[in-house]
Design a protein around this ligand. Structure first.
Ligand SMILES: [Zn+2]
Length: 299
């Protein structure tokens, strides 16, 4: 069911029975000369809608601008800075928890969002408020992606061309597919962007003159349907797994010692002391995220 189409009493009936929500997130950014800027958020929304329809779980509105500064040289690309994105997602996820949602899947279709969604999920988990996890559609079916396409490309290649072919075929510029291939980077191994073990590029344009990667001509409607259905099946299975878990098994495990540090302090240390690096609201001290990434970094 779709949250935005419902009334508040209908949502009340939902949370009386269920506590799962699906949140689609993508980007609005260049996808070569052949795919629309909406590509990522169209994919996320279509998969989230399909899974919500098949399971009956709640789908929220789509977050359609993400962390995309590495595509900024191409017209129309929109982005927000990572801290703003993280704070926004964390805030509305807390809103959902306030209404009774205790487990959330971020249905994601943009690689640049991944570390930030992981960090938001980690903050909410550490605070014990809600269990939220990131799910990136193509990473759920790596074997099929490799089987279907000779040159996958991480961005605007055959994977994403296939998904838009299935979801909204009228938006694929068929006449631009060969141009996209010939003016982009077909094989990542040819990028020359790793020098003595260091990755030297920051922006998509450093490796691809038209913003495309892989061979988008390698798509048929049959491949497109297989790809979409396989990813939707994975998401449905994830939601059913998540729903079946006990909440206590999803929340942080207790410390191995019920009074951490009590032996050293002679047992006088007050119980319930907070770890010094975590504020009560779940935000962290210091400039390094707990997954080791810097706050300003992006993919
Ligand atoms: Zn994309």
């Amino acid at each position: 069911m779709e949250l935005a189409d419902r009334t508040w009493p209908e949502l009340g009936a939902y949370v009386a029975e269920e506590s799962v929500a699906v949140v689609p997130l993508g980007s609005t950014e260049q996808h070569g000369p052949h795919l629309p800027l909406a590509t990522d958020h169209l994919i996320a929304e279509a998969l989230a809608t399909a899974a919500a329809d098949r399971t009956g779980f709640l789908r929220t509105p789509t977050v359609d601008v993400g962390v995309s500064p590495h595509h900024r040289q191409f017209h129309g690309t929109m982005w927000v800075d990572p801290p703003a994105f993280r704070d926004y997602v964390e805030s509305f996820t807390r809103n959902l928890a306030y209404h009774g949602i205790d487990r959330v899947v971020y249905v994601n279709a943009h690689g640049g969002n991944v570390p930030h969604l992981r960090e938001v999920g980690r903050r909410l988990h550490r605070a014990g408020e809600v269990y939220a996890i990131e799910w990136m559609w193509d990473e759920s079916i790596p074997g099929l992606v490799d089987e279907l396409f000779a040159h996958n490309g991480p961005h605007a290649g055959p994977k994403e061309t296939a998904m838009i072919t299935h979801i909204a075929p009228e938006l694929v510029r068929e006449g631009e597919l060969e141009t996209a291939r010939d003016g982009g980077l077909v094989d990542l191994a040819d990028s020359g962007s790793v020098v003595h073990g260091a990755r030297t590029n920051y922006d998509a344009i450093d490796n691809s003159g038209n913003g495309g990667f892989g061979d988008p001509t390698d798509v048929t409607p049959e491949k497109a349907e297989r790809l979409f259905e396989a990813a939707a099946d994975q998401l449905v299975a994830l939601l059913e797994w998540l729903d079946a878990q006990a909440l206590e098994d999803l929340m942080p495990a207790a410390h191995v010692d019920p009074q951490p540090g009590s032996a050293r302090s002679g047992g006088t240390r007050a119980s319930g002391a907070q770890p010094s690096s975590v504020h009560p609201d779940g935000t962290q001290s210091g400039s390094t995220q707990s997954d080791g990434t810097q706050p300003g970094s992006e993919r």
